[in-house]
Design a protein around this ligand. Sequence first.
Ligand SMILES: NC(=O)c1ccc[n+]([C@@H]2O[C@H](COP(=O)([O-])OP(=O)(O)OC[C@H]3O[C@@H](n4cnc5c(N)ncnc54)[C@H](OP(=O)(O)O)[C@@H]3O)[C@@H](O)[C@H]2O)c1
Length: 242
Amino acid sequence: MHYYFVTGTSRGIGKALAERALQEENARVIGFSRQQSIEHEWYTHHAIDLAQVSDLGKLIDSFFIQLTDAERIVLINNAGTLGDVKYFGSIADTQIDQLFLLNVTAPAILMNHFIRAYQAMEAERIIINVSSGVSQYPVDGWSGYCASKAALDMLSEVAALELEKQNVQNFRVYAVAPGIVDTQMQTDIRKVDEQNFSRLEKFKDYKSSGALDDPSQTAEKYFYLIDHPEKFQEVRQDVREF
Ligand SMILES: NC(=O)c1ccc[n+]([C@@H]2O[C@H](COP(=O)([O-])OP(=O)(O)OC[C@H]3O[C@@H](n4cnc5c(N)ncnc54)[C@H](OP(=O)(O)O)[C@@H]3O)[C@@H](O)[C@H]2O)c1
């Protein structure tokens, strides 16, 4: 059996990833988001606000249960937010807090418990953190978002290093940038005020010129990596290079 734990499954890339996983005959998908939009015999939903770390702490032991028939177990930390697109000096403090809780703290907690639960198993195990190209360079108005994705990349690097140091086999960790994908997040980007984000026109052009990928195409690329981890040695990956 293949088990997929995916955050942010109510829409966008996370929904496409969950739906792609459910195309496999032997898949069980466990999804996490505040809303639920997938109904399927082999899909289990946990309605949770992942930025509420105390709720996550209370529930987490019920997520990563013993999976004695598992051949593959995958955690995809996909849920994320752009946060308050503003320059420093104007950002609401609570928004800074919420962004890092969702984009960094929740994935770190989920990784911690996933590794604890499944480290000693023989099944193939993969953690994928959905990163962004902007983990590598600054974008004005996106301070928290860029920094959170850089942090997620480093969480992935350290987890991979630790598994290697402990000689854990058959367990990979990746931080994978998805490219530019036609989701609610892109719609939200196009609504921000240009004085808070100098790249607004460029992002509007991506949409009008058809440069945005469909989430199902993106999910297909993530599954190419999941199905062929031997082809992907580096922790940091970008689907645009596949
Ligand atoms: N779209 C792009 O071009 C692009 C580019 C680079 C990276 N990414 C990354 O790809 C990932 C998915 O983005 P997307 O474009 O698919 O975004 P999206 O359409 O806005 O979807 C975000 C998902 O995250 C969930 N989510 C948001 N806040 C949550 C919370 N507090 N607790 C639990 N779940 C929450 C949402 O569900 P609920 O609202 O139901 O909770 C939704 O399912 C993100 O990590 C994003 O940074 C996207």
